[in-house]
Design a protein around this ligand. Structure first.
Ligand SMILES: [Cu+2]
Length: 198
């Protein structure tokens, strides 16, 4: 093979493998475990902003197939608004969470409230799920979610504040190893956040 042909082949192969790996990770939702320092900066809010909206999410276990799902998984948040978010996790089964996703990223003050404490990392707490944004301006936003305590029926509750100033549609995904079937299924352990200006 002539040198020039070999070079063309090499470059073509490199480009094809880059495209394929990007496509594969997009299709299979294999972005797991990443975080982005830019998105991990805590949200900045204008002085004097007060809480104007509340969003309540729950994580339930479907008794029919034992699969966990967020409810709702797709939701809308008003842009440039301080929103208090509460997640009630009724799933008591622990799941492995990548170390990087045990840190809280992108919430106001970079913290969440759990069991009476404001925490920037839940590394030593038994976790079950995460809510992690995987694209766009808020890529790397990450909230680790503890497993519900025991089988009492009471949820584990985390709450935090968000202030998203850039409108758009952002994909979130759970980075926990919580189940083969639901990991990247929209409406279960992934979905869309619409940040909308009014
Ligand atoms: Cu999960």
């Amino acid at each position: 093979m002539a040198l020039r042909q070999a070079y063309v082949l090499l470059v073509t192969t490199a480009i094809a493998s880059l495209l394929l790996s990007g496509w594969m990770s997009g299709v299979l939702g294999l972005e797991g475990g990443f975080t982005s320092p830019a998105a991990c900066a805590s949200a900045s809010i204008p002085p004097g902003a007060s809480v104007r909206d509340f969003l309540n999410l729950s994580i339930f276990v479907n008794p029919a197939d034992n699969e966990e799902f967020f409810s709702p998984a797709n939701f809308t948040i008003p842009a440039s608004t301080l929103v208090e978010v509460t997640i009630d996790d009724y799933d008591s089964g622990p799941s492995q969470v990548p170390a990087v996703n045990t840190a809280v990223c992108g919430t106001v003050n970079g913290t969440l409230s759990y069991s009476g404490s404001n925490l920037s990392s839940l590394a030593n707490i038994t976790l079950a799920h995460t809510m992690t944004i995987t694209n766009g301006s808020y890529r790397g936003f990450n909230v680790p979610i503890p497993a519900a305590p025991g089988n009492s029926g009471a949820p584990a509750q985390v709450s935090f504040y968000v202030y998203f100033s850039t409108p758009g549609v952002y994909r979130w995904q759970c980075m926990a190893n919580c189940g083969e079937n639901q990991m990247s299924v929209d409406g279960k352990m992934s979905g869309l956040i619409t940040v909308q200006s009014w």
